[in-house]
Design a protein around this ligand. Structure first.
Ligand code: COA
Length: 92
């Protein structure tokens, strides 16, 4: 069983819970900087993260545009009525 499992390793995903910038500071690249820090942390973590993932409300077009600009892809996966978006960190 262990040998079988090792041929199908897990895909470690870092799930970003909630990202929100105070209204007064939106559109000033604060969100972009926070995501860059998260990416850097995930890329250098001892855990070999492959994907960043997050849920976004389908009606939140601004947030979807923001995450797409930051390199996230919209997936067809829905969770509790939310779209799952992912960012591929690449192989390590
Ligand atoms: C989404 C959010 C985190 C982005 O943070 P931010 O600091 O404003 O983003 P940045 O300044 O780094 O990036 C701005 C870019 O993102 C996109 N964007 C962000 N908010 C947008 C909006 N309301 N409508 C359209 N585009 C938007 C645009 O491409 C924008 O670029 P532009 O200024 O050249 O048009 C922030 O707007 C926010 O807190 N929103 C409310 C909470 C929320 O919806 N969080 C996401 C939950 S999943």
């Amino acid at each position: 069983m262990a040998a079988y499992a090792s041929r199908y390793p897990d895909i470690p995903v870092l799930l970003i819970g909630r990202l929100a910038v105070d209204r007064r500071y939106q559109k000033q690249n604060v969100g972009g900087i926070v995501l860059a820090l998260v990416r850097e942390w995930a890329e250098t973590s001892l855990i070999p993260f492959r994907l960043l993932a997050l849920d976004v409300d389908p009606s939140n077009k601004g947030a979807i545009a923001f995450y797409q600009r930051e390199g996230f892809d919209l997936t067809p996966v829905m969770r509790n009525g939310m779209h799952v978006m992912v960012y591929d960190l690449g192989e390590r």
